[in-house]
Design a protein around this ligand. Structure first.
Ligand SMILES: [Zn+2]
Length: 358
């Protein structure tokens, strides 16, 4: 069995997906980093019992590097502090955009607490990221909120780097024309929209019909910079992979981008190679980690025996810092330096990096 594996590997070892790019990167920003909470310390965060009692929640807490008892004692801000420590001590990643998560909004335009699986309020993420120079604020506004457009203005004024959507879980259709004023405001404020497309399996339930990349056409045509999270990996609509739908759309919309977060997960092997080798994705890919998922058993360098040398899989696996592990794994698999540079160029201002100066 062991010998068979070694022979198989000798025969099929193909090396990195693209030749590793040793070019130095100016500043690496992880533009897709999650936080969460249980409401401890008055954070306003919550997650449903169904989620908090599932095995996934245990993995997420471990990934965040916290225990439930610590959260209860020290408050949900502890998770953001741990993220800041991780990013600060990372040798490769300089900064992270931490994402809020709006909930389900009812027909009166108010938060539907009972239908919301996970909620991470803007106020919490803004307040906590402000305390750490390496962390930046990613707001989340469900467009069904009565004051959605005003909330965009507020997020922008508060320094939000982008607006995060998870329509399949927040339960709205991104293609609905009622969101035109919302899209116009995003375009006016030059506030990018990070949208989950493709299958959503990180939470308990999802309505996949809202994850169709084609539903982003309205935002794109209104001039919004749209970032398709995870490049729509693992989803499909009308018998076409969402990934291929995005390929077609990239040609049509120069304001469409995709992030490579989660593409090293065990359930997505193959997508990173396609992303790096497809000509149409050139100049459109952004580095993101999808922390804490990169710090769970879903991701390991050992999933790439045909692309990485044994000693590299071992060395990467031994890196303590989750961001270092994520960066080095992706770089060794062939992610070019421009992909690591791009979030800083597209989403940040030069003064955001003032803290990096010695
Ligand atoms: Zn994510």
């Amino acid at each position: 069995m062991g010998l068979g594996l070694i022979v198989f590997r000798l025969l099929y070892f193909s090396g990195p997906f693209a030749s590793p790019d040793p070019e130095a990167v100016a500043a690496v920003v992880d533009m897709h980093c999650h936080t969460a909470g249980i409401g401890a310390g008055g954070s306003g965060c919550f997650a449903t019992e169904e989620l908090t009692s599932s095995y996934k929640f245990r993995y997420y807490l471990e990934g965040f590097g916290v225990k439930l008892s610590e959260l209860e004692a020290q408050g949900d801000a502890l998770i953001v502090r741990r993220i800041a420590e991780g990013v600060r001590t990372s040798r490769e990643v300089d900064a992270a955009i931490v994402l809020a998560m709006d909930g389900v909004i009812d027909d009166q335009g108010q938060l539907d607490r009972a239908a919301t699986q996970i909620y991470v309020p803007n106020r919490f993420v803004r307040q906590e990221t402000e305390k750490h120079p390496e962390l930046f604020y990613g707001a989340s506004v469900n467009p069904k909120r009565t004051n959605a457009v005003e909330l965009l203005e507020r997020a922008h004024a508060d320094g939000a780097k982008l607006i995060k959507w998870l329509p399949a879980v927040q339960q709205f259709d991104p293609g609905d024309r009622s969101w035109l004023p919302f899209y116009r405001k995003l375009a006016e404020l030059d506030l990018p929209l990070l949208v989950h497309v493709g299958k959503e399996r990180a939470l308990a339930h999802a309505r996949d019909e809202f994850s169709d990349p084609k539903k982003l056409a309205l935002a794109l045509e209104t001039g919004v910079t749209v970032i398709a999270a995870h490049l729509g990996s693992t989803g499909s609509h009308e018998n076409q992979r969402d990934f291929d739908r995005l390929k077609d759309m990239m040609e049509r919309y120069p304001n469409l981008y995709g992030d490579i977060s989660s593409l090293t997960q065990v359930n997505k092997l193959g997508y990173l190679k396609e992303a790096l080798t497809h000509e149409g994705f050139r100049d459109r890919l952004l580095y993101g980690s999808d922390f804490p998922l990169i710090n769970t058993p879903l991701v390991s360098p050992w999933f790439f025996p045909l692309n990485l040398e044994w000693h590299r899989m071992k060395e990467i696996g031994e890196l303590e810092n989750p961001w270092d592990r994520d960066f080095v794994l992706k770089r060794d698999l062939g992610v070019p330096s421009e992909v690591f540079d791009r979030p800083g160029q597209l989403l940040m201002q030069p003064e955001d990096f003032a803290f990096l100066e010695p």
